[in-house]
Design a protein around this ligand. Structure first.
Ligand code: AMP
Ligand code: DBH
Length: 577
């Protein structure tokens, strides 16, 4: 296991604050690997990086479309914020956060469900030049504690209660162990011992200066394959380019209505083209509190939703529900829906072929990663490419290599490792020099860990994965992270977590466990080990779906655990469907 790397101390951060503006661009993020100068110059010259920032983007949209609705939040009393309103709220929230000591360069962990406040807070942080750290609602004390300590976060924004879970308690627990965490803000009426988010906005002075377009705007999370999740620094320039490209390829304009059905902070619903792409285009974002058909279908009808994005298991659920409900009154009319994006995990060709006949819209497969590269099938691609490939890159300057184990380029049609470099793909994880040496080539290509093949049309087909990760219907589980938790159990001698096939999620997790000899007489039950992992404060989707006890692991030629053999063993033990 690789030891977590150190966050910059508050002293380092404040000494950076004192640096001149010139120096600040380069010194702002000691943890950030900048694009090499010649690449940055090339991306600017090509018109990809236009010196835009998120703060100004919202200001300009508010000037152009002030009275148009930007955000629809059907929860509670049902809120509809125009661009002018969102712009004003972001300013007042920025002033309030500044007054409470959140400044440029500070990190703020944002863990909110799909509510309008998400955008108010995030745009306020963008304007200040403070960095949102995009946590997911499913994360628990272990993950949030890590994000707070690793980034030295000064703030943490949560909902009071969502989906039956009390985030105020989680915040208290995390705060007790995060000395740098000065401010916990709660969206909702009852903040408990913390501060109510709605009490923060004020009419005070805004930030003294705007962040640089080339500076880091936020930290996104990696699904990862290491002991703890890695953080991904994205700049205004690079991310806004990926939005502009996505808006183009998904044909978004001011009349587009995007349903945000997945957790808003995830990179896919945030940017492919997602809610930020929709706001870039001047369209309307409808926040869906739950992604199930019962919640989503009536919203699609009522709000005239034109486009949305789903992970494969949800797309299957929608297909089944639409087929079942066809013609029945009150089921929700999906006529307005023009495009369904599906990504995050491989969508089977069989399911893909059902989208047009069942939902009456165009499928757009998207194969993306928070680290950068995003591929889309094009809306006018032949049906065969739409249903059997995961698309091709956004940018002509996305460099894609498909290589063998020795990094030698392979011809089209051969399956190999996907390496990529380009105008919106990071050159390094945040503050992680050790990991970066493994995850990037010497000349800056990101090793995606995905196994792909390229068609003669330049489309990519995802064939598998070399990274030690389980893709549970779009939710990524790093095997090593779960193995470390299992190893903390007193009865566990060794653990190896692998994927097992699942008809609904694509993959689920199976933990193979070797018990300590003194625990073999009275072995713990599977359920005890699952409970043990859960109680260590992990997101529920990371709790192993199945636990198998073995005396020893199969080994590879050089004596490493053969996960390939373990995957084959569990697949063979499962009933065939
Ligand atoms: P993350 O690094 O957490 O942002 O997850 C990105 C990873 O999700 C990719 O590297 C792929 O492994 C996987 N992924 C995303 N979209 C697709 C897709 N359409 N098909 C197959 N795998 C996908
Ligand atoms: O899985 C992902 O991370 C993902 C999927 C589709 C992504 O980051 C994206 C599109 O931008």
């Amino acid at each position: 296991m690789t030891a977590p790397e150190q966050a910059p101390t508050r002293e380092q951060v404040s000494s950076r604050e004192r640096a001149s503006t010139q120096e600040r661009t380069s010194l702002q993020e000691p943890a950030f690997t900048p694009y090499p100068t010649e690449f940055a110059a090339r991306y600017r010259a090509a018109g990809y990086w236009r010196g835009e920032t998120f703060g100004r983007m919202l200001r300009e949209r508010a000037a152009a479309h002030g009275e148009r609705v930007a955000i629809v939040d059907p929860a509670g009393e049902g809120r509809r914020w125009t661009y002018a309103e969102l712009d004003r709220r972001a300013d007042r929230m920025a002033a309030g956060l500044l007054a409470r000591g959140i400044g440029r360069g500070d990190r703020v962990v944002v863990q909110l469900p799909n509510v309008a406040e998400f955008f108010e807070v995030v745009f306020a942080l963008f304007r200040i030049g403070a960095l949102p750290v995009f946590a997911l609602p499913a994360h628990r004390a272990t993950e949030i504690g890590h994000f707070c300590s690793f980034t030295g976060a000064a703030g943490y924004v949560v909902a009071a209660v969502d989906n039956g879970f009390d985030y105020r308690e989680l915040a208290s627990r995390v705060q007790a162990e995060s000395p740098a965490l000065r401010l916990v803000l709660v969206a909702g009426d009852d903040p408990g011992e913390h501060l109510r988010l709605s009490d923060v906005p004020c009419d005070g002075p805004g930030p003294a200066e705007e962040p640089e377009p080339g500076s880091v705007a936020f930290l996104q999370l990696s699904g990862g394959s290491t002991g703890v999740p890695k953080l991904i620094p994205r700049t205004h320039d690079d991310y806004i380019y990926s939005l502009r490209g996505s808006v183009d390829l998904c044909a978004l304009d001011e009349d587009s209505v995007y349903l945000c059905a997945l957790p808003a902070a995830h990179n896919f619903p945030l940017s492919s083209p997602g809610s930020l792409g929709t706001l870039y285009a001047g369209g309307r974002v409808v926040l869906c509190p739950r992604p199930n058909p019962e919640t989503a279908f009536p919203l699609i009808e009522r709000e005239g939703v034109t486009i949305t994005g789903l992970v494969p298991p949800l797309a299957l659920l929608w297909l089944d529900a639409a087929e079942r409900d066809a013609g029945s009154p009150g089921a929700g009319d999906l006529d307005s829906l023009e495009v369904l994006l599906v990504g995050g995990a491989k969508f089977s060709a069989e399911a893909a072929r059902r989208v047009r006949p069942v939902l009456g819209c165009t499928l757009q497969q998207v194969f993306g990663m928070a680290e950068g590269l995003v591929n889309y099938t094009r809306l006018d691609d032949p049906e065969e490419l739409i249903t059997t490939t995961q698309g091709r890159p956004i940018s002509p300057d996305d460099e894609v290599r498909v290589v063998d184990d020795q990094d030698r380029d392979l011809p089209d049609g051969a399956t190999g490792h996907l390496l990529t470099r380009g105008p919106y793909t990071i050159r390094g994880y945040w503050n992680a020099p050790g990991h970066n040496a493994n995850s990037f080539t010497a000349d800056g290509f990101y090793r995606t860990g995905d196994l792909v093949r390229r068609t003669p049309t330049g489309h990519l087909v995802v064939e598998g994965r070399a990274k030690d990760q389980i893709n549970r219907g779009g939710e990524k589980v790093a095997a090593e992270e779960i193995e470390n938790h299992l190893l903390a159990h007193p009865a566990v001698h060794d653990a190896a977590v692998v994927s097992m096939p699942d008809p609904y999620l694509g993959e689920r997790t199976c933990a193979y466990v070797v018990l300590r000899t003194d625990h073999r007489e009275q072995p713990p039950k599977s359920i005890e080990l699952k409970r043990f992992v859960r109680q260590r404060g992990l997101a529920e989707y990371k709790v192993p779906d199945r636990v198998e006890f073995v005396d020893a692991f199969p080994a590879t030629g050089i004596g490493k655990v053969s996960k390939k053999d373990l995957r084959a063993a569990i697949a063979a033990a499962l009933p065939t469907h």
